[in-house]
Design a protein around this ligand. Structure first.
Ligand SMILES: Nc1ncnc2c1ncn2[C@@H]1O[C@H](COP(=O)(O)OP(=O)(O)OP(=O)(O)O)[C@@H](O)[C@H]1O
Ligand SMILES: [Mg+2]
Ligand SMILES: [Mg+2]
Length: 481
């Protein structure tokens, strides 16, 4: 029998705010244990929560980026449970009225090759709600210690519909979601720091069946690749169980990305009873049209819209768009270069091939580059207008990468201007023709390519400074072609 996989993701993303969600103490990562705490975080008697408006702004922005409907009222509920990671014994969350409803994540599936855009799909979202993150347990050999630095950090939970059909689609979903949220300034989404965490719900069913199968929830997937690998592994496991005559039990499993194996954490036959009820310490907040409009004005261009613009408006090859678009700094740099009048394709070539290559080799970030958009724009203009040849442009690039000098200054100082002095060129061409009778004979018998040997010799004699178009003309003229 052929099976189809059905996958829904629950993604927790920490919002990037200066302070925690219901108090003034700073939100942060990597600080000494239990230093980012105060009476509210520790739930000391009498402490009362006060909403951080920035957290609400950020989740509304996330909802607008993803095309959700924003609820007119933001209401808070208590989710009650006992666990040492939550000193209050409840978590402030949203139960029946999430702030964002619906929406979708546009994904791109792998194309037939790396140079070709793949199929795009929209994966529907169920809801996004806001809650507070919990503390962290550090398990030692004989004891477990709790660190409340993370507790109370604003956290959104994005729940997808069970619309994903493969591990690759889940990978594409998280990749696209992460780019959208990072570019929107919502979160840094660093999975290593726990800023983005994903649980995957997986079931299988015979192809053609429309009812959902029993789902298994995979936890502790701490990189996007582990999510993909864990899902692929779980789909294979479920098919093997069913084919061996077994049944899938609803459970939570832990996937170990290092070993590629999973084990059952707990079976989930009984739903948790969290005894949700509205939090009496927090007033509902009205989100009016003006508030939404103010945030809407800060929503950036969607990364796939930008990619389509680069393809259609600038005519860039797909590979270059997929380098420039996912990184806001790269796209901003590229667009600034184009705004300075550089031809988009030539600018993209210099940025993607030369600049990013040199930066990677020097282990530098783009922000540390001495080469700024003005340098690239000027170099493109010098090349396009024929002042320097493209081989000299490479030399100029290397020099300006080191010194940060403007290309025209380097060209002037080093005497790199392209030679369009026809007298000089005529002589080099004549020399090349005398020196290579074989190439001349080949060309005369119809081999166009033989011309390259002659042109190459002229370029060499000119130390790369000869104007290639002129060289071509003069060679043909002297050969009587
Ligand atoms: N049969 C199924 N197969 C695969 N995915 C499913 C199936 N049923 C539901 N899902 C997905 O599982 C997720 C359910 O998340 P939701 O937060 O609603 O409930 P939960 O996992 O039971 O609760 P909790 O937040 O406590 O983990 C959604 O992403 C949904 O699309
Ligand atoms: Mg959930
Ligand atoms: Mg769940």
């Amino acid at each position: 029998m052929k099976y189809e996989a059905v996958i829904g993701l629950e993604v927790h993303v920490q919002l990037r705010t200066a302070s925690k969600m219901f108090t003034r103490v700073a939100a942060g990562y990597g600080e000494p244990e239990n230093t980012l705490v105060d009476p509210v975080v520790l739930a000391l008697p009498g402490a009362l929560p006060v909403l951080n408006k920035e957290a609400l702004d950020k989740i509304i922005k996330a909802g607008l980026i993803l095309g959700c409907d924003i609820a007119p009222v933001c209401k808070w509920d208590r989710k009650n449970y006992f666990y040492p990671d939550s000193p209050k014994n409840y978590q402030i969350s949203q139960y029946d009225q999430p702030i964002c409803l619906g929406g979708a994540v546009e994904i791109e599936l792998p194309g037939p090759s790396r140079n070709v855009m793949g199929e795009h799909k929209k994966i529907a979202l169920t809801r996004i709600h806001l809650e507070e993150d919990v503390g962290k347990l550090n398990h030692g050999a004989v004891e477990s210690l709790v660190d409340y630095n993370r507790a109370g950090t604003p956290l959104m939970e994005i729940v997808s519909e069970p619309d994903l059909r493969s591990a690759d689609e889940a990978f594409a979903f998280l990749t696209s979601l992460r780019i959208a949220l990072v570019q929107g300034g919502i979160s840094d989404c660093d999975m290593e720091k726990g800023q983005m965490r994903c649980d995957a719900n997986i079931s299988i069913r015979p192809v053609g069946e429309t009812k959902l199968g029993t789902k298994v929830e995979l936890k502790n997937l701490n990189s996007i690749s582990f999510v993909r690998d864990g899902i692929a592994h779980e789909i294979r496991r479920q098919i093997a169980v069913v084919e061996a005559g077994g049944v899938i039990v609803q459970e939570t499993r832990d996937y170990d990305g290092q070993t590629g194996a999973s084990q059952s954490l707990r079976s989930k036959e009984m739903a948790h009873d969290y005894r949700y009820f509205p939090d009496p310490d927090l007033m509902p907040v009205k989100v009016d049209e003006a508030w939404k409009a103010r945030i809407k004005a800060t929503v950036p261009e969607h990364h796939f819209d930008r990619q389509r613009r680069y393809l259609d408006q600038f005519g860039l090859p797909y590979t270059q768009t997929s380098v420039l678009v996912p990184d806001t700094a790269y796209s901003a740099y590229f667009e600034e270069t184009v705004a300075l009048g550089a031809k988009p394709q030539a600018a993209a070539n210099l940025i993607c091939n030369n600049l990013l290559g040199e930066l990677a080799a020097a282990q530098l970030e783009l922000s540390a580059s001495k080469v700024r958009p003005a340098h690239i724009a000027s170099l493109v203009k010098l090349t396009e207008s024929g002042v320097i040849s493209s081989s000299i442009a490479k030399e100029v690039f290397a020099a300006m990468f080191q010194s940060g000098e403007m290309p025209d200054v380097i060209v002037e100082k080093q005497g790199l201007k392209q030679s369009s002095d026809t007298g000089e060129l005529e002589k080099w061409v004549a020399d090349a023709i005398t020196a290579d009778p074989k190439a001349v004979a080949q060309f005369k018998s119809g081999n166009e390519k033989a011309l390259n040997a002659l042109k190459g010799a002229v370029m060499k004699a000119s130390k790369g400074k000869a104007n290639p178009q002129l060289v071509d003309q003069i060679v043909r003229k002297q050969l009587g072609a």
